[in-house]
Design a protein around this ligand. Structure first.
Ligand code: ADP
Length: 247
């Protein structure tokens, strides 16, 4: 497989903060329909990698190609338009709107040219909202005010809002933090469904959850890759046990 066949191809990526390399010559390839999990101790550089991909942080050197398009010179908005969606740990949903409206305003045309929200119940929007509400297990809560959802349901709603924009790469930072065991299992099923149509990149600490979802695991340590492979492979790697899993 040539490097141009990957959806995401990160090569020799470095970012320095006052001389400190938070990400150090990182090379990482993610396939179409792959669900990749990035693990590693605190301060390893995991969040910074997602920040670099979505343009929140600018790299010092190296390249990030998404569908063969170079992202390092693009703005955050331009990167979203290429098909990259990022979910942060704290959900940014509209608490006072219904589940339906939250999904509706996330439809790419749900904002007018001035950036304010518009509610257009066209057939295309209606169809998309219902399809995604089913995926995120909220089809029976469409008229409920988002503030009344459980913590887990709010996380799913935000994932749904990102899916409304049909990203080809979805990035999630600790998606099951604070969830119940049942919600964690449901989220694993949700992510497995999501990657049938797109690639998913997840940062996660919950190893039981990682086992359920990861096609491949990348272990970061001090901004570099310590190990990469299936969960079984990285779990058996002595360096990984020493710096991360052994604690
Ligand atoms: P992780 O997500 O693996 O816990 P981070 O990516 O948040 O790690 O951070 C990696 C390292 O980079 C940490 O030492 C952190 O303090 C440092 N870092 C991250 N962002 C900045 C920044 N904007 N300025 C200075 N240092 C930063």
């Amino acid at each position: 497989m040539s490097n141009t066949d990957f959806v995401l191809a990160i090569e020799d990526l470095t970012v320095s903060f006052d001389g400190f390399k938070a990400v150090d010559a990182l090379t990482l390839y993610v396939d179409k329909n792959e669900l990749r999990v990035v693990i590693g101790p605190n301060g390893a550089g995991k969040t910074t990698v997602l920040d670099l991909i979505c343009g929140k942080t600018k790299s010092t050197s190296g390249s990030i190609k998404f569908k063969n398009k170079e992202l390092t010179k693009l703005s955050e908005h331009e990167i979203v338009r290429t098909g990259v969606g990022r979910k942060f740990q704290t959900p940014s949903i509209y608490e006072n709107l219904s589940v339906y409206q939250n999904l509706e305003v996330s439809y790419p045309k749900g904002r007018n040219v001035w950036g304010s929200l518009t509610f257009k119940r066209t057939d295309a929007v209606l169809e998309q909202v219902h399809k995604i509400a089913k995926d995120i297990m909220l089809e029976d809560h469409l008229e409920m005010e988002a503030a009344l959802l459980s913590h887990g349901q709010k996380q799913w709603l935000e994932i749904g809002m990102l899916l409304m924009q049909e990203p080809e790469l979805l990035m999630l930072d600790e998606p099951v933090a604070g969830m119940s065991a049942k919600e964690r299992d449901q989220t694993a099923d949700l992510l497995n469904r999501i990657c049938e149509n797109r690639s998913v990149l997840v940062i996660e600490h919950d190893m039981e959850f990682v086992k359920k979802i990861a096609h491949k695991v990348t272990v970061l340590h001090q901004g570099k890759i310590l190990a990469e492979g299936t969960m079984e492979q990285v779990q058996a790697d002595e360096r990984v046990i020493e710096v991360y899993l052994g604690h």
